[in-house]
Design a protein around this ligand. Structure first.
Ligand SMILES: Nc1ncnc2c1ncn2[C@@H]1O[C@H](COP(=O)(O)OP(=O)(O)O)[C@@H](O)[C@H]1O
Ligand SMILES: [Mg+2]
Length: 363
């Protein structure tokens, strides 16, 4: 199974002066009223696994008001190993350690990665393309540290190219140099993304068929560089990207932006041949979101050979009975899961019997 969290300690983190939680290896339910600190606790778990938080906080936002620094500790155990991970935050700085040794945020998922599902994710089909790209990249960077580095390098070169495009008088030889850098980084990222996407898409379709009672879902990667790129080598992708950059150069100069590349791509879901964004019901769109998260959990298991930590923040109240059951059937299969809720009524007595229930009080 790999590692799982046996203990979480918060000190001056968000709304908590001190908190100790001992999650179970299976399902742990955090129950409590609004603003009791449930999402804060999930965020702490995400920081210690993904190395970043979905709320994209500044370090000082993590520090409890009135305190100077925040500290989060977790003990991970499994396969006869014990690993202590820690995150420290103070205004302007954040650091991570594993067994007392400083490491990069991008190295945190190597011990244990996580898949987070929040109410915002339920609208992933409808929201902007950047949300769907971030979903793929968020998974990719956890499943493979190389992916994180490639992504950062590419984003930097696009930023540099955009800055140059906005210059009053653009130095064309400098632009050619940035084109080369963007094309190389972009081709590397795209190759990694396409590999990841094809494995994920297959699983999403399979899970969706189960959740929906047999509906056919297809996921495709809509690339701004062209169609059917799956079989191209990284070098071929780089060549194609360079050609495209040249073709759109005038346009890019006018807009002061790089208008093609993986930072502009999208993921399209279609149900029974119709675009789910334009035609899907809210229920179908939510099922796609659920299927995507479950597929991520499965794929993480395949890639890493161990199960990720699954964090379900407040999603039970948003799902209808069938989808809730599908989600519960999935989590009861040996995946360490933390679920937050304001109401235990959403859970079956059987699940609550085997789960660890932690009550969060009013603050
Ligand atoms: N840095 C901070 N210092 C003190 N309180 C904070 C800080 N960050 C967030 N909070 C408080 O945490 C509460 C929200 O907690 P949250 O975990 O989102 O609640 P819920 O249980 O509804 O998920 C809010 O009352 C917010 O003001
Ligand atoms: Mg919350």
């Amino acid at each position: 199974m790999g590692l799982y969290v046996t203990e979480l300690r918060l000190a001056d983190f968000r709304s908590f002066e001190r908190l100790v939680v001992l999650p179970s290896a299976g399902v742990t339910v955090f129950v409590g009223p609004n603003a009791a600190g449930k999402t804060n606790t999930v965020e702490a778990l995400q920081l210690l696994t993904a190395g970043q938080s979905f709320r994209r906080p500044t370090p000082s936002q993590l520090v409890r008001e009135g305190a100077e620094s925040a500290r989060i500790d977790a003990r991970l155990e499994g396969d006869g190993r014990v690993v202590d991970v820690r995150c420290d935050a103070a205004p302007g700085k954040r650091s991570f350690t594993r067994n007392g040794k400083r490491i990069q945020a991008s190295e945190m998922p190597e011990s244990l990665m996580s898949v987070l599902f929040t109410p915002d994710d339920l609208a992933i089909v409808k929201r902007g393309a950047s949300v769907r790209r971030d979903e793929l990249d968020g998974f990719g960077r956890q499943a493979n540290r190389g992916y994180a580095n490639v992504l950062t390098a590419y984003q930097r070169s696009v930023e540099q190219r955009n800055r140059l495009l906005k210059d009053e008088l653009v130095d064309m030889s400098l632009l050619a140099a940035w084109d080369a850098s963007v094309a190389l980084g972009g081709a590397t990222l795209l190759a990694a993304r396409l590999r990841l996407f094809s494995r994920l898409a297959e699983k999403v379709a399979a899970v969706y068929a189960t959740v929906s009672g047999g509906e056919r879902l297809a996921c495709s990667y809509a690339c701004t560089l062209g169609q059917d790129l799956e079989d191209l080598s990284r070098d071929e992708l780089r060549g194609l990207f360079l050609e495209r950059l040249e073709a759109v150069r005038e346009d890019d100069l006018r807009r002061g932006q790089t208008t093609v590349g993986p930072h502009r791509d999208d993921v399209v879901f279609s149900i029974e041949g119709r675009d789910a964004r334009a035609y899907g019901s809210q229920g179908q769109q939510r099922s796609v979101a659920l299927a995507l998260k479950m597929a991520e959990v499965e794929l993480a298991g395949e890639i890493l050979g161990s199960t990720p930590l699954l964090l379900l923040d407040d999603v039970m109240s948003e799902l209808d009975g069938t989808r809730r059951e599908a989600a519960m059937g999935f989590v009861s299969g040996g995946i360490q899961t933390v679920i937050t809720t304001t109401n235990l009524g959403y859970f079956s007595p059987t699940l609550l019997d085997s789960a660890e229930v932690v009550s969060f009080g009013d603050k």
